[in-house]
Design a protein around this ligand. Structure first.
Ligand code: ZN
Length: 280
């Protein structure tokens, strides 16, 4: 028996890991393009992107996002490009400053939550303004659910027409001070998602050592999966991941073991209700 195709997202860089944690972390735009290309060839259909300054601090520079998008569309034209509107060290007003570049998708957290050392701040008006910019620019949000209220807030925003139905939701586990990686929590979230937002698609992302365990649950339950050095820099307790592609290869094997074929980027666009690749 073959299961439904699974979309693999790769979060290549993020805002926290440093090269001193894992030298394979892509930091410059050129490194990011190369790393994404290899991850795409290993099976990733969606790339989640934060950009960095030369000193590795998080950047909001739209030119860096533009250079990444232009480069990646040359190398892997079908891959789904998703920009992060999160990230530490970025002022609220900067976090959507690259949306005019019209990536296929952008992340959208529908509530505030404590992270290990900071508050990840998403005030109600800010969420609404990001959601309406995305709607007006034809960008599909990926709703980031770090806590249960965020799912209910999403349902309200969909009912109001600020987010188009059916949405794509990512359930995040294992961030200290947010939800722990527990299968019963994912079961509950998915049940509520089906009830509140019929037709919604979902991904589960586990941070750090929880990554592969959470991926196995999502594969069993018919969800999509995420990997990448943003979330997890190791292949196992003692081995640093040599690349984003190596992490993608690892979760692709988990998908195969679960009887789930890997969605190509073209298939992933259909599954997530995205248009064919952008030409502008
Ligand atoms: Zn991110």
């Amino acid at each position: 028996m073959t299961g439904a195709p699974c979309v693999i997202s790769v979060a290549i860089t993020g805002s926290v890991p440093r090269k001193r944690d894992n030298p394979a972390l892509p930091v410059t735009v050129a490194e990011q393009i190369e790393s994404t290309h290899a991850a795409y060839e290993a099976g990733a259909a969606l790339v989640h992107v934060h950009v960095r300054n030369d000193d590795e601090t998080p950047s909001s520079d739209p030119e860096r996002f533009a250079a990444f998008q232009e480069g990646i569309r040359r190398h892997c034209p079908d891959i789904i490009v998703q920009f992060s509107t999160g990230g530490r060290g970025r002022a609220l007003e900067q976090r959507g400053s690259m949306l005019h570049l019209r990536p296929d998708m952008a992340s959208l957290a529908t509530g505030s939550v404590n992270f290990p050392t900071i508050v990840y701040e998403n005030p109600p008006d800010f969420i609404r303004s990001l959601a309406s910019s995305m709607r007006d620019l034809g960008i599909k949000p990926e709703i980031e659910v770090f806590d249960l209220a965020m799912l209910y807030n999403t349902a309200d925003l969909v009912a109001e027409g600020l987010i188009a139905a059916p949405p794509h939701v990512q359930f995040v586990f294992g961030v200290k001070h947010a939800l722990p990686a527990r299968r019963d929590i994912l079961d509950f979230e998915v049940a509520k998602l089906k009830e509140l937002l019929p037709g919604a698609t979902w991904t589960a992302a586990g941070i750090g050592r929880h990554q592969f365990e959470v991926a196995r649950w999502a594969l069993e339950m018919g969800g999509h999966i995420r990997t990448g050095l943003e979330d997890n820099i190791r292949l196992d307790r003692n081995t640093l991941a040599p690349s984003n592609a190596a992490l993608v290869t690892h979760v692709a094997a988990l998908a195969a073991a679960a009887g789930r074929p890997i969605a190509t980027a073209v298939e992933a666009r259909k599954l997530l209700g995205l248009s064919e690749r952008r030409t502008t």
